[in-house]
Structure formats: structure tokens, C-alpha cells
Design a protein around this ligand. Structure first.
Ligand code: SF4
Length: 374
């Protein structure tokens, strides 16, 4: 049983108060933040504020310097394998949502391995197993069987599935899965309730404590995130950074990653009420990099090719490439629905070439199980 979780920490903050404090920051607050060696909460709020929009050049330069110093000029590449689009949850913005009438498919273990072989041939050594939230279709036993076979090809296997208890996570880790991804989607409690209407995901607190359970179980990678477009990006960005800060301190043996994808078109035709423009995505990226120099920052194919390459120097450390969001999408040619429309459809080798053209090195393998001596 975990004694203290992020749920306790977040109780010290109120969404509306944080939101209005961020809005109240002025240019002097931003200048002070940019010149501080150690950022306080007010400094972070200043970097996320409207007042910081006139300091983007300074923020970008600082974010770039911090990233190069901490991570060098490398971008780790990974690819998702969608194992199932079955989902018992109802999330208004997602193509897999239970209410959507789509072609559903769960791959057999053998079919997942075939997908893995395609990605292995393309050069990938890190894969992310993704599914909707359906323990009946994607059980821990099923995931263990997949992992036992995939680990012969991949040095790192992560999961992005439904929230589990720590003992289940321990079982997955034993089978060779070393990373977990769990986005809160939005830390705005009210908005969370409005867009998550049913299923496991409806439970805000159970989801909020999932990265704690993953850290407690011993995952080497903990990836958290928000889905931009659901609520105020500045306030969600603040809580995302706060969550990362907490995890970095508490689970110091794990690498903590943050993601902040923007909503993409999907089955169900959900229209985001709040459009997050490119310039705001850049501000959030720079602010998080300056606040959390040790956190990995992940960029998916939800963003356009042009934007992805322009963001590389500002703090990105990991990118997906050549993604297909439908089960069997790489090899089997099933007619199953994808989770969302991919924006950057470039082939993995093209992504790698573009990374090189920016003066960075694409890294397909950044970890080996042998490091753990087991
Ligand atoms: S976001 Fe996740 S839980 Fe919600 S409908 Fe999509 S796959 Fe299911």
C-alpha cells in the first residue's frame, strides 16, 4: 500500500486559483523567472503565463541550452503497436470510445509478434503496446505472453493500457515490460468528468494515482501526459509539471517522461472547445523544459512533420515515427478503426534522416535489459 501519492500533493492546489495566478503574472515576473537558478512555483507560473509570450526567444534559447547540456543532441525513436481497439470506457474525444460504432479487433499474440517483426525490420528497438481499456480482451496474462516473445527483439517494451493495481504491474515487469504510460488527460476535475462518461477511466483519483502504483512496482519509465484541447493548457501544463516534479523526487530510480499531445480528429467527431495554437505548444514545451531539466519530453505523430522538426532543438528527447493507430495496421491489413488520425505520416527512415538534418542523432536503442543484471 502506497502511503503518500500525488493525490495528496495536488490537494494543496485549486484549479481556479492556479489558473488566475498564472493569468496575473507580469513581464517582470517572467524576467525574474528567466534569471533564477532555482524556480519557485511563482516563477513556473510566470513562464506559463500570457506575459511570457513576449519572451519566447529567450525561453527557446534557455530550453535549448538545458536540453543539450542534460541530454546531448539525441532523439530516441519508438513505435506504438496497437494490440486492441476494444474499450469499455466512454471518452468523448476518442475513436475507441465504447459508444462509437467502429470495427473492433484484438490481435492474437502471434499477430502482435508479426507487427513487432515489421517494426524490428524498420530498425525500432523500443515499442509501446497500446490498447483501449478492456481487461477482458487485454489481460495481464496476454500482455506477459506478448512481452516474453517480443523481448527477444526489443530492448525496451512499454505499455499504454488501462490503470492497474501495483501487483499486476509487478507481474508485467517480471515478464520484461519496463515502461508505462498513463495520461491524466486533464487535471481539471470538472472537465475530466464532462468528457469521461463511463468505464474505468471515469475514476479521476484512481487514474491520478496510477503512476504512483507504477513507480512503486518498479517501472523504469514512467510517462505522464495531458491532452491539449480539453481544458486550459496553461493550468494543465502547470499540473503536469508538478506531477513530473513529484514523480522525479519520489521514484528517483525511474525515468520520468511528459507528453502533451493536441487533440486530433477521430471517430465520434469530437470538436475541442479550446484550440491550442502552435505558439502555445512551443511555450509549454519551453516552460516544462526549463522547469524540469531531467524529464524526458515525448512528441508523437499527432503533430505535423514540419512542426515536429522545428520543435526538436527546444527540448524533445523522444519521438514516435511511422505510427499506425489501428490494431494490425503494420502487417495484417485489418479494417479496424484507428484511435485518431496520424498527422506526420513520414516513414521511420525519413524521420531519422530529418533528425540528422537538424544536427541530431536518431537513437533506436537507448537501453539494454542486461543493465539490470537479470
Ligand atoms: S481514451 Fe482510452 S479509455 Fe478513453 S475511449 Fe479511448 S481508448 Fe478508451
Amino acid at each position: 500500500m502506497i502511503q503518500m501519492t500525488f493525490k495528496k500533493e495536488i490537494e494543496n492546489y485549486h484549479w481556479e486559483k492556479v489558473q488566475s495566478r498564472i493569468q496575473s503574472m507580469n513581464p517582470r515576473d517572467v524576467e525574474k523567472a528567466l534569471n533564477s537558478q532555482y524556480l519557485r512555483i511563482d516563477d513556473v507560473m510566470a513562464l506559463l503565463s500570457p506575459a511570457a509570450e513576449s519572451f519566447m526567444e529567450e525561453m527557446a534559447q534557455l530550453a535549448h541550452q538545458i536540453t543539450v547540456k542534460r541530454f546531448g543532441r539525441v532523439i530516441n525513436l519508438y513505435a506504438p503497436i496497437y494490440v486492441s481497439n476494444e474499450c469499455s470506457s466512454t471518452c468523448l474525444y476518442c475513436g475507441f470510445s465504447r459508444k462509437n460504432r467502429i470495427v473492433r479487433k484484438t490481435l492474437t499474440v502471434d499477430e502482435v509478434i508479426i507487427e513487432g517483426k515489421v517494426l524490428y525490420e524498420q530498425g525500432f528497438r523500443h515499442v509501446l503496446l497500446v490498447s483501449g481499456e478492456s481487461p477482458g480482451h487485454v489481460s495481464s496474462d496476454y500482455l506477459c505472453q506478448i512481452s516474453e516473445q517480443l523481448k527477444a527483439m526489443f530492448s525496451s517494451i512499454s505499455i499504454e493500457i488501462y490503470s492497474m493495481k501495483a501487483d499486476k504491474y509487478r507481474t508485467l515487469i517480471k515478464s520484461g515490460i519496463d515502461g508505462m504510460t498513463m495520461y491524466q488527460e486533464t487535471y481539471d476535475h470538472k472537465r475530466f468528468k464532462e468528457v469521461h462518461l463511463g468505464g474505468i477511466k471515469k475514476d479521476y483519483n484512481f487514474r491520478l494515482e496510477t503512476p504512483d502504483r507504477g513507480g512503486e512496482a518498479g517501472f523504469r519509465r514512467l510517462n505522464i501526459g495531458v491532452l491539449l484541447g480539453l481544458s486550459d493548457w496553461r493550468t494543465d501544463g502547470f499540473f503536469l509539471g508538478l506531477h513530473a516534479s513529484y514523480l522525479l523526487k519520489k521514484y528517483w530510480k525511474s525515468h520520468v517522461f511528459v507528453s502533451f499531445p493536441r487533440l486530433r480528429p477521430a471517430a465520434g467527431r469530437y470538436q475541442p472547445e479550446l484550440k491550442v495554437e502552435d505558439k502555445y505548444l512551443v511555450q509549454l514545451l519551453c516552460a516544462l523544459r526549463i522547469w524540469q531539466p531531467d524529464a524526458g519530453i515525448v512528441l508523437s505523430t499527432r503533430e505535423s512533420k514540419e512542426l515536429r522538426y522545428n520543435l526538436i532543438p527546444l527540448g524533445i528527447t523522444q519521438m514516435s515515427a511511422g505510427s499506425n493507430t489501428a490494431p494490425g495496421g503494420y502487417a495484417s491489413g485489418y479494417d479496424a478503426e484507428g484511435q485518431f488520425e496520424v498527422n506526420d505520416c513520414s516513414a521511420p527512415e525519413e524521420v531519422a534522416r530529418m533528425i540528422v538534418s537538424k544536427g541530431y542523432e536518431p537513437v533506436w536503442k537507448d537501453w539494454d535489459r542486461a543493465f539490470l543484471n537479470n
